[in-house]
Structure formats: structure tokens, C-alpha cells
Design a protein around this ligand. Structure first.
Ligand SMILES: [Zn+2]
Length: 111
């Protein structure tokens, strides 16, 4: 069963991806700075800051994994299926017969 599907760029996922990534950096960076600068003066605050940073990193990684794994079709809101592609994350929507290119590269392949 090999019918040609249309390939389109997913309109929202990359933006969400970047928002999550930048929020994690924007919130995590000050936490690390506080952790480093209060290491001796306030070890408890330092530990809390590191804890916040670790939580943010894990939270961001989980969100990004979920975001790329459970992608809904922007057209019909149906859950899509992952498409095997060596360099880019792509998903397929059966009702629309559209392959959505998420524009998110895999590993170190920048193409
Ligand atoms: Zn669809």
C-alpha cells in the first residue's frame, strides 16, 4: 500500500518547540547563576536553585519528547503517525493524506 501523500510544513510545532526550549534556558540560566553565586553564603538556596534547574531540564526534555511523539494534525486534529525519515521528524495524517514535516532535525543532522 503505497499511495503518494502531500508533504506540508507543520505550522505550529516548531514555534512550540522553540518556546519550550527558550523558556527552559531563560528560567534555568538564572537558577544556575543563583546556585553558583550562593554556594557558600547560602547552600540551601544554592541546592534549591540546582533542583529547579534539573527539574526544568527534565521538564523541557519530556515536553519536547511528548511534543514530537504525539503530534496532532493541524488540519483535522487527528492523532498522527510517525514517519520514518533519517534526518527530519515527520508525521502522517491518514484522513488528510498529508505528511507533516515538523522541521525538527534528528540528532546532529542539519539539513
Ligand atoms: Zn488531518
Amino acid at each position: 500500500m503505497k499511495n503518494e501523500s502531500i508533504e506540508k510544513l507543520h505550522p505550529t510545532i516548531l514555534r512550540k518547540f522553540i518556546i519550550i526550549l527558550f523558556s527552559a534556558i531563560a528560567l534555568g540560566f538564572p537558577a544556575v547563576i543563583i546556585g553558583l553565586t550562593h554556594k557558600e553564603s547560602d547552600p540551601q538556596l544554592s541546592n534549591i536553585s540546582y533542583g529547579i534547574f534539573v527539574t526544568l531540564v527534565i521538564g523541557a526534555l519530556v515536553s519536547l519528547a511528548v511534543l514530537t511523539k504525539f503530534v496532532k494534525c493541524p488540519k483535522c486534529n487527528t492523532k498522527t503517525r510517525k514517519v520514518d525519515h533519517p534526518t527530519t521528524h515527520k508525521v502522517y495524517c491518514r484522513p488528510c493524506n498529508i505528511t507533516w514535516n515538523l522541521r525538527i532535525g534528528k540528532k546532529n543532522n542539519h539539513q
